[in-house]
Design a protein around this ligand. Structure first.
Ligand SMILES: *Cc1c(COP(=O)(O)O)cnc(C)c1O
Length: 358
């Protein structure tokens, strides 16, 4: 038995996918390694709706977030934050001496196209970052609307954090005009934690040449250089175990059908939101509520820790609120391998536990 995870990463991993992590090693400079990476890239491009090159990094999603803002900002970055993970991107800029400004929306509210327009109109920025799905507040930003205003500023690079939504929600990278779209393995892709993934536009790679100190391990240009010139290999040894599992899991995802997968996530989100409104309240503005997790306001003032301890005895786990939202909110993730049946199971269990909590 293991606890079924309704947390926004790591998420449940199917047993056959987990087993692929135990595939015997191959040399990372072998033809087989190149073939593996070719297959993964082709499949990821379909999941990400892009023609752009895709790179992997043996780090978690944060690695490529830090790597992208550092290696691509030549002038100044504007970070649009709607919560903890948006704020993280700003901290990364500061910690790397990357000139940056931050606009932080009131928590529970999205980044609006108007705000994006206002900042980009200043002409001060060559990079903007947006969080697609803010895992602290449960907001999913209106990226189609943002893309409309972004078109007025073709010289600005768009970096998108899709860590907790890619493969759970449709993100049409090329249609939106996203230059760098970042995700990691342990959320809606339903793989073990340990690798970050990004699609990178050719113009982003060109733009990065102006940046003198890009670091090395997480420099997007350095990573791509090997993919391009060494037949899809990497400058440092990648986690081949993850790559075996990823290649297999992407087949499972494509076999489910992307549209079916998005529908499944949306149905679970709708169910959870209705349940939340019936028993508690939704934390984010409903119009912009996430489809991969629901952040719920603890209107009953129950102990979330107590709730999770009781759920643990039933082999289930949800998430407390993130950071300042701890105990004030709790989060039910419904992404990756989870189904409507699972969501019904966890919400029914919570209903049973509620009267027993002080
Ligand atoms: C989980 C998460 C991250 C961080 O990803 P790691 O893989 O843990 O480094 C960044 N942004 C969002 C929105 C996330 O949910």
């Amino acid at each position: 038995m293991h606890k079924k995870l309704f947390i926004p990463g790591p998420t449940e991993v199917a047993p056959d996918v987990l087993a692929k992590m135990a595939t015997p090693m191959i040399g990372h400079r072998s033809k087989e390694a190149s073939t593996l990476q070719h297959e993964i890239s082709d499949k990821l491009r379909r999941v990400m709706h892009t023609q752009n090159p895709v790179i992997l990094s043996t780090s978690s999603g944060s690695g490529l977030m830090e790597g992208s803002i550092r290696s691509l900002t030549a002038k100044r970055a504007i970070v649009f934050s709607v919560g903890a993970f948006g704020n993280r991107w700003f901290k990364m800029a500061e910690a790397n001496n990357v000139p940056a400004d931050k606009h932080e929306a009131e928590w529970g509210h999205p980044t609006t196209p108007e705000i994006v327009d206002k900042y980009l109109a200043t002409g001060k920025y060559d990079v903007m970052t947006i969080t697609h799905n803010e895992t602290s507040t449960g907001i999913m930003n209106p990226v189609e609307e943002i893309a409309e205003v972004k078109k007025k500023y073709p010289d600005v690079l768009w970096l998108l954090d899709a860590v907790s939504s890619m493969a759970g929600a449709k993100i049409e990278v090329d249609k939106l005009g996203v230059d760098v779209c970042i995700t990691s393995t342990q959320k809606a892709l339903a793989l073990p934690p340990g690798m970050a993934i990004a699609s990178v536009s050719p113009r982003a790679l060109e733009h990065g040449k102006q940046v003198k100190f890009r670091g090395w391990y997480l420099d997007l240009l350095e990573i791509y250089k090997y993919v391009e010139t060494k037949d899809y290999q990497y400058s440092a040894t990648p986690s081949l175990s993850h790559m075996f599992a990823m290649n297999y899991q992407l087949d499972r995802i494509l076999a489910e059908g992307l549209e079916n997968r998005y529908e499944r996530h949306l149905a679970m989100a709708r169910y959870t939101r209705e349940w939340a409104k019936q028993h508690f309240a939704l934390f984010p503005e409903e119009k912009h509520a996430s489809v991969t997790l629901t952040t719920i306001t603890n209107t009953k003032g129950i102990s979330i820790k107590g709730l999770n301890d009781a759920l643990g005895k039933l082999w289930m786990q949800i998430s407390n609120g993130y950071g300042d939202l701890k105990e004030k909110t709790f989060r039910i993730a419904h992404m990756g391998e989870l189904t409507m049946e699972d969501v019904k199971e966890v919400t029914a269990a919570i209903e049973k536990i509620l009267p027993t909590l002080k």
